[in-house]
Design a protein around this ligand. Structure first.
Ligand code: CA
Length: 618
């Protein structure tokens, strides 16, 4: 180590002696542009270029002050702290780098005009039905961009783990399909550049945080997609990752400083035990491995305790919101970065956009751990995450367990009941994002043994329980796949998304009878949910399951929905008198799922393994 340090300082000496003759250039400034009139007047620019630290930066623009220049270990970076006055006008100015009296490099910087009031970025909420899709696997709208010059991985549709060619144009082409289905918001797995030699399709090893992967399209294409979606009343949620970046990021051979990434004597993987972050009994060893260990060899673990790195990430998230008019963020691997940094990020974001939403991925199976991360006043250690929404992983497990197990005191449908009876741990259970499957686990239809009756039960739970429901692409057409087969098998191409597909499941004629039953069921539920306030945000009241039948109500003002899940293998005649504290206010019911009417609220006949949903009225 000493030898390396000696060589390093000798190199610096040589660099400074030969500086006069050295080339000084700028090849990149991040963020590439910014906006006038942001609430936060601070902007930190990362300027990258050969020997750029050997020159002095000068900015001459009214309302913009260069407050501080920060040098780092590498001579090829400078960080410029700017203060942008509230009355600074949108426009362009030169950032000049001088040596003596000579300008050696110039970058023209733009402050754009903001297009929207910050309060009008209202995020997503309980009125939304979210659709998660993986852009490489959904639809290929532009076969010409499947392979792009400079991109290391070429398209290979025969490789389950390869790139298949799906893109932004494909999503745009299917917006009407999604709208018809009843979707109101689309969470797209990462669209940013992933110039990695393999497994680049999933997008989680980003190599440029300011650029859409050219195999998906351009930044402009992404912006147009958001605009087109907005025209149709659809929101777009961006997938972001603050824990790691692809090891091929542009700075890979020239980190600003060695503490940019968490460095280990040899490759050390995270233990993936998110609970170690908020475990009062956790060892330092486990905590360090969890937070500082690398997610994968190809994913460099970022040190957000370096304030320059922290700013780089925070500003990037704001840049995309402002550039795209983005409706929300899904943040990956939420417990993996430093939690104090994540809290600072959320505070900064909400300071800029007070009505914004972020949903965090806290992949833990017990509610207490998930509740810790959803903003609350009750964490024993005083931690405030400021996180507005979090995924309900415990519910995902409960949905499958409740349908697959035999009904008992605490098994089968009682699993769902017992989970929901723990809602007291959440500051607001309506802020949970609910899902039955996603891109990281077994597909729902496989988990349910390809049983259509169970599928309808699961979808009824998803779209009638408290929280914000999220559907995984292809679940509506009963796509199957197990994670143990490889991730490629739970992320297969949506049939009909490719020109040469022989089956087009985007159309009813291309779907099997069973797929059409599933599709129409989900479509009906989601479109109904859009119109019903009780199911969107009504109070949940549930009853202890009896004999495999679970009943709950959602009430909002004078609207009331009654959900009956018969999880038993027998048809039932259900006496409704047990629910009189709620049903006494109503006299009849109209079924949401079929043409059944209840003339009185005395008894309901319900078939085995069947859900029923009623709108009650006076
Ligand atoms: Ca393509």
């Amino acid at each position: 180590m000493k030898v390396i340090r000696f060589i390093f300082s000798s190199m610096l000496l040589v660099l400074s002696i030969t500086a006069f003759s050295q080339k000084i250039s700028i090849d990149r400034v991040d963020p590439p542009f910014w906006w006038a009139g942001m609430n936060n007047s601070q902007l930190q620019l990362m300027v990258h270029g050969e020997n750029i630290s050997l020159a002095k930066a000068i900015i001459d623009y009214e309302g913009v002050k260069l407050e501080r220049t920060i040098l780092v270990e590498s001579p090829n970076y400078v960080f410029l702290d700017l203060v942008i006055d509230n009355d600074a006008l949108a426009g362009n100015f030169d950032i000049k780098f001088v040596k003596g009296k000579k300008t050696v490099a110039t970058f023209n910087y733009e402050l754009k005009k903001r297009t929207k009031a910050p309060e009008s970025y209202t995020g997503f909420d309980n009125s939304d039905n979210i659709y998660l899709l993986m852009p490489d696997r959904f639809a290929n709208g532009n076969p010409d961009n499947d392979d792009m010059p400079g991109m290391l991985e070429k398209a290979d549709r025969n490789n389950p783990n390869g790139r298949h060619g799906g893109d932004i144009q494909g999503i745009e082409d299917k917006l009407d399909y999604l709208k018809d289905l009843g979707i109101t918001a689309i969470w797209i797995n990462p669209l940013l550049e992933n110039n990695m030699p393999a497994y680049s399709y999933h997008g989680y090893a980003m190599t440029d945080l300011y650029k859409v992967d050219p195999r998906f399209g351009t930044n402009e294409d992404y912006k147009n997609l958001v605009a087109k979606a907005h025209e149709k009343g659809l929101k777009i949620i961006q997938d972001m990752v603050f824990n790691h970046l692809g090891t091929n990021y542009f700075w890979k051979d020239d980190l600003p400083s060695q503490d940019w990434y968490h460095q280990w004597p040899e490759f050390t993987r995270s233990n993936y035990r998110g609970g170690a972050v908020n475990d009062p009994n956790a060892s330092e060893y486990d905590y360090n491995k969890m937070v500082k260990g690398w997610f994968d060899k190809t994913m460099a673990d970022l040190n957000q305790h370096n304030p320059l790195m922290a700013n780089y990430l925070i500003q990037n998230s704001i840049w995309w919101i402002e550039y795209l008019d983005l409706d929300g963020i899904r943040q990956d691997t939420y417990p993996y970065p430093y939690k104090d940094f994540m809290a600072t990020w959320m505070e900064t974001l909400l300071n800029e956009y007070p009505n914004y939403n972020v949903v965090g991925e806290v992949w833990l199976s017990y509610p207490q751990a998930v509740a810790y991360w959803l903003e609350n006043d009750n964490n024993k250690d005083g931690f405030h995450s400021h996180l507005t929404n979090v995924f309900d992983f415990p519910l995902m497990y409960a949905i499958t367990n409740s349908l697959n197990q035999d009904n008992g005191w605490s098994s089968g449908i009682a699993q769902l009941y017992e989970l929901l009876s723990q809602d007291y741990v959440y500051s607001d259970p309506n802020k949970l994002v609910l899902f039955a499957d996603n891109h990281d686990g077994d597909r729902l239809y496989s988990k349910l043994g390809e049983d259509l009756a169970k599928f309808k039960m699961a979808m009824t739970m998803l779209f009638t329980l408290r929280g914000i429901p999220q559907l995984y692409y292809g679940t509506e057409i009963l796509m199957t796949g197990y994670e143990h087969q490889g991730h490629g098998f739970i992320r297969e191409d949506f049939p009909g998304g490719w020109e040469d597909d022989t089956i087009d499941a985007f159309t009813s004629g291309g779907r099997t009878d069973e797929q059409n039953i599933a599709f129409n069921f989900v479509k009906h539920l989601m479109n109904w949910r859009k119109t019903n306030m009780a199911v969107q945000q009504g109070k949940l009241t549930h009853y202890i399951p009896e004999d495999g039948v679970y009943v709950y109500f959602r009430e909002y003002e004078d609207e009331c929905v009654m959900v009956i899940l018969n999880n038993s293998k027998e048809d039932k005649s259900l006496d409704l008198n047990r629910f009189a504290e709620i049903t006494k206010n109503y006299s009849k019911g109209k079924s949401v799922l079929d043409r059944t009417f209840l003339d009185n609220l005395e008894t309901v006949n319900i078939k085995a393994k069947t859900p029923m949903v009623f709108e009650l009225s006076k």
